[in-house]
Design a protein around this ligand. Structure first.
Ligand SMILES: NC(=O)c1ccc[n+]([C@@H]2O[C@H](COP(=O)([O-])OP(=O)(O)OC[C@H]3O[C@@H](n4cnc5c(N)ncnc54)[C@H](O)[C@@H]3O)[C@@H](O)[C@H]2O)c1
Length: 251
């Protein structure tokens, strides 16, 4: 039995394709989730599902993660209201796609702001409470693209590499306080993130060719891994990047 009940989870991009399922599962398990997302349609979908199931414990904050000062202020407020964050999941991401030479430096930086810098703010806000409790979990969501040299995704791949690096740096620095830090590196999952590919059927063939497991990944595959890493059961695992990708990447 994996226990996350009574924990408060700060979850960015919680209303997205992979975030939604995990948010619902955390709520079903009795955790409190502070969902930060700025997509009104996805937020409405999440609220609807939570209401339909009669689940308790969801707080939604529609914050644009690229506004780091506002993010910090609003998170400090909600941290004070909820008593602090025990678990941080840095999951939100943007994923523009075009040849490297067409990106301006500002566009490159804008991707780092959402995919990496917002996560840094989340961890900085959560850390004092985690240290006080002597317990914390941080999970950064990386990507298979960080390993495979994918074309046209330079700022995205850059951001995922940064998250893997921060996972190790934070794991080393926070371990003494009972805080573990891990990354999950999803393979290819059929969410909005995949709609950037012009040929969906060809892309599915490409994905299945690369995976050892010959089925498409589901949000529940990510949810299972996340719930484990966020729990007490994973207390001796830190600084790791767990590939949840049907055996695409093997180390
Ligand atoms: N789906 C895949 O195949 C896949 C593969 C590898 C990695 N990932 C990673 O998994 C994570 C979740 O991806 P997903 O597939 O659920 O994508 P998604 O686009 O469905 O979810 C991302 C969520 O982040 C939110 N978000 C984006 N920018 C934001 C901002 N500025 N402020 C607030 N919220 C913002 C979006 O509204 C969305 O709900 C991402 O980190 C992604 O890079 C996904």
């Amino acid at each position: 039995m994996i226990l996350v009940a009574d924990k408060t989870i700060l979850y960015t991009g919680a209303a997205g394709g992979l975030g939604m399922e995990t948010t619902l599962n955390f709520l079903r398990a009795g955790a409190k989730v502070v969902a930060v997302d700025n997509n009104p349609a996805k937020i409405a979908d999440l609220s609807g599902k939570v209401e339909q199931e009669g689940l308790q414990g969801l707080t939604i904050r529609a914050i644009d993660l690229s506004d780091l000062a506002t993010l910090r202020r609003r998170l400090e407020e909600v941290s004070a209201e909820t008593g602090g964050f025990d678990i941080v999941i840095n999951n939100a991401a943007i994923y523009p796609s075009k040849p490297f030479e067409e990106y301006s430096i500002e566009e490159m930086q804008a991707v780092q702001r959402v995919n990496v810098d917002a996560g840094i703010v989340c961890v900085q806000v959560a850390l004092p409470h985690m240290r006080k409790e002597g317990w914390g979990r941080i999970v950064n969501i990386a990507s298979v693209t960080a390993y495979g040299g994918w074309a046209n995704l330079s700022p995205y791949v850059q951001s995922k590499g940064a998250l893997i690096g921060l996972t190790r740096a934070w794991a080393r620095e926070f371990g003494a306080y009972g805080i573990t830090v891990n990354a999950i590196s999803p393979g290819a999952f059929p969410t909005d993130a995949e709609k950037i590919h012009p040929d969906p059927e060809g892309y599915t063939r490409f994905v299945l060719d690369h995976q050892a497991v010959k089925r498409r990944g589901a949000a529940s595959d990510i949810s299972n891994a996340l719930m484990f890493l966020a729990s007490d059961a994973a207390g001796f695992i830190t600084g790791q990047t767990l590939n949840v990708d049907g055996g695409w990447v093997m180390h």
